[in-house]
Design a binder for this molecule. Structure first.
Ligand SMILES: [Zn+2]
Length: 317
């Protein structure tokens, strides 16, 4: 069935290519008075390769959304459920051949703990992402210094987590989307943020490209308004919590690492081969917390995962 599907795509593609080629030939004939066969053959080949190799992700999404039409062959009947599983498995094998990407994201900084993240990014030579709260940098001198260090570290990408963090009163904050929106705008201005990339305080909401995933309705209007104004809103796939004062993890290092690996191996994250981990800056104010983070980074490095910036999310195959 898969071969048949590809064959059909090829046929449609070839027909389209024919139409495109003839108009192209007409153009070049009219303009140049002759047709260069070599270059057209070159284009033809390139075009066919593109048609034969659509993004794995597109096929994956179509399968997830039940948009692929399966037919049971009368000569060699395979039920639809089995066909679906076979296609899913074959896509998984294809994804597994591609690189896997991890996005370490740290929220609420600058806070005590930010300096350790900044140093670890340099020591381990990995890219990290910080979603910043401007108000935290406005009062205490030490936090201003942490922010400045983030800004000058090329391995740290700075993004928007609102200016006030809703003063931790989320429903009230999101009940007025206009003032909430202005709070993000203020943060962007105060911190001179280069990217229109946002994470909403207290909400795991995603809106980017053609994706819209809302965990709690309160917050959706603010997110829609941000998206309409050119922002991308990203949530997270996996969260790690460590007690900020004691350094005792709520989820062990092994369990977080295993969860990330499973998400990547079983394509269960928002985008296959991409996984976003949420942490908070204050988790790394103790030696114990810092050692745990270093340990996680080492484990992820051993798997040859690529550490990425959120501005490059999602990395599609
Ligand atoms: Zn937060």
């Amino acid at each position: 069935m898969m071969k048949k599907g590809r064959g059909l795509a090829f046929l449609v593609g070839a027909t389209l290519l024919g139409v495109w080629m003839s108009s192209c030939q007409n153009l070049s004939s009219a303009a140049l008075g002759y047709v260069n066969r070599d270059s057209i053959e070159g284009i033809e080949q390139e075009e066919i390769v593109q048609i034969k190799k659509p993004l794995l992700l597109d096929k994956w999404d179509s399968l997830q959304k039940n948009q692929i039409h399966f037919v049971v062959d009368t000569l060699k009947p395979i039920d639809i459920k089995t066909q679906k599983k076979m296609l899913k498995d074959s896509l998984r094998r294809e994804f597994d051949k591609k690189p896997k990407h991890v996005f370490l994201t740290f929220d609420d900084g600058p806070l005590v703990g930010s300096a350790a993240i900044d140093s670890l990014a340099k020591a381990k030579n990995i890219k990290v992402n910080v979603f910043l709260v401007g108000r935290h940098a406005s009062v205490i001198k030490g936090r201003k210094r942490d922010l400045a260090n983030y800004e000058k570290n090329p391995l740290v990408a700075c993004y928007n987590h609102s200016y006030t963090h809703a003063y931790n009163k989320y429903s009230h904050f999101y009940s007025n989307p206009v003032t909430a929106f202005e709070d993000f705008e203020k943060n962007e201005k105060e911190l001179n943020l280069k990217h229109k990339i946002v994470r909403l305080p207290g909400r795991n909401i995603w809106i980017y490209d053609n994706v819209r995933k809302i965990d709690l309705q309160s917050g959706a209007s603010t997110a829609d308004m941000l998206f309409a104004n050119g922002y991308k809103i990203y949530g997270w796939d996996v969260e790690w919590r460590i007690n900020s004062l004691t350094g005792v993890p709520v989820q062990s290092l092994e369990s977080v690492y295993t969860k990330m690996r499973n998400f990547l191996n079983y394509q269960s994250s928002m985008t296959p081969n991409n996984v976003i981990l949420l942490m908070h800056d204050d988790m790394f104010q103790t030696k114990k917390g810092q050692q745990l983070l270093a340990g996680l980074i080492d484990s992820l490095k051993k798997e040859n995962y690529h550490f990425e910036f959120m501005q490059d999310y999602p990395i599609k195959y």
